[in-house]
Design a protein around this ligand. Structure first.
Ligand code: IMP
Length: 426
């Protein structure tokens, strides 16, 4: 798909763009596949023949036995969730021999998940709608410099020192803010011990590993999780995740520098979805949205929640192209749009009568955005058996060209179903 040595593949919307199936395809041409941000809030479903794999932490490259798979330093990792995923994959005959976990990645502890839930409950109607996996609280501890890193777990004295320090603060918050019982350091050490024993062989200096593989000429694929609009800095703050799923996060989260990144591919659905709270200008909270949800199976891989669905939003895609420096686009789930008489394509917004080509930074203004749609003629044909761009109905080709032209980035791949074969290049 790309002749580059290093390629970033990331979500250009609010996550769930179908990145897993695209990484799985691109992984065929890569030697190393790297996750650089987030944790087990992600859920990638990949279909191989009749088998379906749901991955949360481990890169999709694990399905290719000869590839190296790296969980890099920008991630927050629950040892318990990671081992569960490893066990489930091993039970299906996959080898974990080429899995590498960053020594510098931060650890998600059970009290992070507890804090996530308590804080969502405290916020009530204002809640973010997080995945409740402890992602935000783990990154909060990291930024506040009281976090626990993977490497710290390997040394008993360091582990105790870190937990003593971190929990001295966290217990005050648990008790004082939430009225919850404190967490016991020794209990946490006892909880971690069996997990650490099993994970220790996988924990390594992944920055060094990645540089060595880069120097050796390996092709490296960075597999994004979540999406650009969930990015802590460029996303729809505060309705975001606590990490950097955008292209900037690749360097922060892996240890390679910007000059070592050759291509940045953004994945977008042919429509758009969002899970959790927050503004959503092109949301179709009606029969159209329901149709997209049921035909697109828009239910979370991680939480099972129904996704909110809407029409393709070009201002958001243009924004994603800019902030990520996209060099290519992948459009997934084009098949889901079959049978629509017309398809709404949001070309720009009006804000108090003013035309906007890009979203405004003030989230409070988003509720007043009026999406302006171009009504694109639909097509009746089922696309699931199409294997070449040339065989798409003219209306579907026009729709893709309109997106390409409006965003100014070439579409390199289109998918029309979850199977490996249901994707073709342009
Ligand atoms: P958190 O990442 O669990 O803190 O959740 C913060 C926001 O990001 C919520 O709106 C979640 O629904 C959303 N989110 C987190 N991970 C994903 C994902 O993989 N796909 C889609 N939305 C996600």
């Amino acid at each position: 798909m790309t002749q580059h040595q290093t390629t970033v593949l990331l979500g250009a919307q609010w996550g769930d763009e179908g990145k897993g199936r695209v990484t799985d395809l691109m992984a065929e041409e890569a030697d190393v596949i790297v996750r650089f941000s987030g944790g087990h809030n992600a859920g990638h479903s990949i279909h191989v023949g009749l088998e379906k794999f749901a991955l949360h932490l481990i890169p999709s490259g694990i399905l290719h036995p000869e590839k190296r798979n790296v969980l890099a330093s920008g991630m927050v990792i629950s040892p318990e969730a990671l081992l569960k995923e490893m066990d489930a994959l091993e039970a299906r005959g996959l080898s974990m021999g080429r899995l590498y976990v960053s020594a510098r990645a931060h650890v998600i502890m059970p009290y992070h998940a507890l804090l996530d839930r308590l804080e969502e409950e405290r916020q009530g109607a204002e809640q973010i709608g997080t995945t409740l996996k402890g992602i935000g609280p783990a990154y909060t501890d990291k930024v506040a410099r009281r976090g626990l890193r993977m490497i710290d777990m390997l040394y008993e004295d360091v582990l105790k020192k870190r937990l003593d320090g971190g929990l001295a603060y966290t217990n005050k918050i648990l008790q004082g803010v939430y009225g919850a019982p404190p967490v016991d350091v020794d209990e946490m050490i006892a909880y971690l011990q069996p997990l650490v024993r099993r994970l220790a062989p996988y924990i390594t200096d992944t920055e060094a590993l990645l540089h060595a593989r880069y120097r050796a000429g390996d092709r490296i694929l960075f597999e994004g999780a979540q999406g650009t609009l969930l990015d802590l800095d460029v996303g729809t703050y505060p309705f975001v995740t606590s990490s950097y799923p955008s292209a900037g996060g690749v360097c922060l989260g892996s240890g390679l520098g910007p000059s070592q990144i050759d291509a940045v591919i953004g994945v977008a659905k042919a429509y758009i979805t969002r899970v959790g709270g927050g503004p959503f200008p092109t949301e179709q909270d009606n029969a159209i949205g329901e149709r997209l949800r049921s035909l697109g199976h828009e239910y979370g891989v991680t939480t099972g929640r129904a996704r909110r669905c809407g029409w393709m939003d070009l201002p958001l895609l243009r924004f994603a192209a800019q902030v990520n420096g996209l060099t290519g686009l992948v459009i997934t789930k084009l098949d889901v749009l079959s049978g629509m008489q017309t398809i709404g394509l949001c070309t720009h917004y009006l804000l108090d009568g003013e035309r906007l080509e890009l979203p405004p930074p003030c989230i409070e203004q988003w509720d007043r955005l009026e999406p302006v749609y171009e009504e694109i003629p639909g097509w009746e044909e089922d696309l699931s058996a199409v294997r070449r761009f040339a065989d798409l109905p003219e209306a579907a080709k026009d729709y893709l060209h309109r997106i390409e032209q409006s965003v100014g980035i070439p579409i390199s791949l289109v998918s029309v179903g979850p199977e490996r074969a249901q994707a073709f290049r342009l």
